[in-house]
Design a protein around this ligand. Sequence first.
Ligand code: CA
Length: 227
Amino acid sequence: MTRILVIEDERNLALGLRANLEVEGYEVAVAESGEAALVEAGARAPDLIILDLMLPGIDGYEVLSALRARGMDTPVLILSARAEEIDRVRGFRVGADDYVTKPFGVMELLLRVQALLRRMNPAAYAPRSLWKIGDVEVDATRRVVRRDGAEISLTPRAFELLLALLASSDKPLTRHDLLRTVWGYDRSVTTRTVDAHIAELRRKLEHNASEPRHILTVHKVGYRLRP
Ligand code: CA
């Protein structure tokens, strides 16, 4: 799990940030002072740091300088009410990787966080688009499914269903999960529709649809995909 350290002394802002980042699946720790931040950063080895500049005691610049002096190359996103050019330059000079000025929108911050993580480790954070299920290849970006180079044609819903199963990576999904994800809130669709599309996927992707090895039924739960 990607760990993020939020260094921010305004408690409401810190808690709001933590809640939003946790929803995105990050593990979040909060430090409310520069001193606490240095201890936390050493103890937890975060993957990314969100750093407010104006802190009581040791300020953000000093925190960042101290982290860099320790040899920590963790990406740092500076958060500050100061918009002046001089601060921006000073922030980058002491080793910040990006800068967001308060007030900011949560969406913007989340996008910056994602971009920063991806920049540091492109392989780990790139949106996944190529999958293999047995000898079947799925290219999500181009919406193509192939076996031995030959294209397999799927209906758009079956393709969406396949993507939903792939995205849940081995975790079982209930028929209702799949209905919500693939069909939205269309009331004319029932869980039997899910079963019908699962049958289509098995017919086209499995060697033997009656003995599926990849698109599995989880008794009393729903379905899961074994790649
Ligand atoms: Ca502050």
